[in-house]
Design a binder for this molecule. Structure first.
Ligand code: CTP
Ligand code: CA
Length: 237
């Protein structure tokens, strides 16, 4: 990947990418977390910057990854912090990509002190829902005429189940979220989480469905930015 071989087609665009997994505290030393590596979000940020965009990367927890060159990195811990950072950066953004694995739930209580084991059986952990940042971004755009050209991209890792397959779940998610583009990863069977390669589909709100073959996360990023550049181009025409 020679940066000088990339098109400079994202010059002048302000892009926000979220990456990694949030951690939801139980007490000062424990949390509920997930296995997001952050690799896809970092690859997206790096590629966008190399193609000329002004990129803010809102990074939750990731494996150790090199800081992408020329990218402003904002580090966050919890879903609530990620939400604040993404909404702030999204104010002036042309494109927002939610590649982060945001915890759907958090412990209802955060113990002030480390939870001690007692002689009794442990209490169950009560959970409450976290806000859906992606859905909020779509809502914020709807409420703000100056943001109507903002492009909002979601990610979905789907396994399918006995009732319906990966694409059914993904189409329903695209409709539910109201974003412009949904990057769908087929997971399970050793795919995605923490691996180098992704495979799946790019689903657009206009009904376009483009399958993506097994590729590196960097090649996947290229496909995403090609599609975004296309969508922005046809919106402006
Ligand atoms: N997302 C978000 N805020 C949340 C949960 C998810 O912004 N609280 C975003 C993710 O960053 C991703 C998209 O929503 O871009 C889809 O996430 P996913 O977990 O696949 O969808 P959910 O709506 O949470 O549905 P489920 O986990 O039940 O499949
Ligand atoms: Ca989820």
């Amino acid at each position: 990947s020679r940066p000088d071989a990339l098109p400079r087609d994202l010059v002048g665009l302000r892009i926000v990418v979220s990456a990694g997994g949030t951690r939801e505290p139980l007490d000062p030393v424990r949390y509920l977390g997930n296995r997001s590596s952050g690799k896809q979000g970092y690859a997206l940020a790096r590629t966008a910057a190399a193609r000329g965009a002004e990129v803010t990367l809102v990074s939750a927890h990731t494996l150790p990854l090199p800081e992408p060159a020329g990218v402003a990195v904002v580090r966050v811990d919890t879903a609530e912090q990620l939400r604040e950072a993404v909404h702030t950066a999204a104010e002036a953004a042309d494109v927002v990509v939610m590649a982060a694995a945001v915890a759907d739930f958090r412990p209802a209580e955060r113990a002030e002190y480390k939870i001690k084991k007692t002689g009794r059986d442990p209490e169950p952990v009560a959970l409450v829902r976290n806000p859906d940042v992606l859905a909020e971004l779509v809502e914020a755009r709807r409420a703000r005429p100056d943001r109507k050209d903002q492009l909002i991209v979601g990610f979905a890792a789907e396994t399918g189940d006995s009732g319906s397959d990966v694409l059914d779940h993904a189409r329903a998610k695209l409709a539910r979220k109201g974003c412009d583009l949904l990057v769908v990863n087929a997971v399970g069977e050793g795919k995605a989480f923490g691996t180098e390669d992704n495979s799946g589909w790019l689903l657009s709100s206009d009904g376009t469905e483009v399958p993506i073959a097994l590729k590196s996360k960097s090649q996947m990023s290229t496909e995403v930015w090609d599609t975004v550049a296309n969508m922005l181009g046809s919106a402006r025409r």
